[in-house]
Design a protein around this ligand. Sequence first.
Ligand SMILES: [Zn+2]
Length: 311
Amino acid sequence: MPRHATDGSSSATSGSGHSIRRVDGAKRVCLDGESMPELPEVETVANGVHARVHGQKIASVWLSRYKEPFKTPRAEMADTLTGKRIERVYREGKHIVFDLSARGRTSKISAQWIVHLGMTGRLLVSAFEVPVPNHTHAVLSLSDGRELRFVDARRFGRLALHKMEGNPGFRGPGREPLTISGEDFVALFRSRKLAIKAALLNQSLLHGVGNIYADESLFRAGIRPTWPACRLSRERLLRLHAALKDVLRKAIELGGSSVSDYVDADGVAGFFQLEHRVYMRTGEPCLVCGKPIKRIVLAGRGTHFCARCQK
Ligand SMILES: [Zn+2]
């Protein structure tokens, strides 16, 4: 497929930094590595791609020669994907899962294609005529002539197959923050000695929560990120559970308004994200009490909080 750009050549867009502009209490960020996709962005992409490609058959597959993105051998991946019908696209943790059925048997899922966006990965649905961007690692040609493209400049994203063959569907590690019950949330954290922020980031406990939404939910719940999880009362953990779900849901709603720019365009436009209250606001006044936001490093991650509002 000679018309595909050679990956690894210099990119005209990678040095542009992340364009940020404010829109009604939200800002638009490009996921160029500074800001990794977290649960809301992954959910937004999964929903946007589902709306555009479900029901389509994969007519042919092109994969780049780079090793890093492929957790399943390239030939096997291309073979398995070709001819399958895309039944559904959804988020599982921070993974995007494509349910695929074999030709002619529309309902039975025979394989899943698993996409992890890593830091800079993008899934684009494009007309055939739209030039293929640099750093494209997979092109799935669809039965209606459009193409689903996986583009990833830094190559931290991953593509894999999950064979069904009697196995249950792909499951990420950890529990799902949007559906876990309050009691299960309390039980998950109550015995943990590590700092609550570190526990929130631990993907084997809850999956999909990254640095931004850990900081933001702790602020909204009024909890100091350094508290050992096991020393937080049931009431405070329940408040954190509610705050986390609330902030993730709002971010998903907001992301939905920019998904078209993200999935349909050449990827220069980014997502709308919630205006952060503490994340990356070091030294700026707390929006509640005016005290400057503090930054510490916890579990190796920059951690932002208000020392007055978060006890
Ligand atoms: Zn404050």
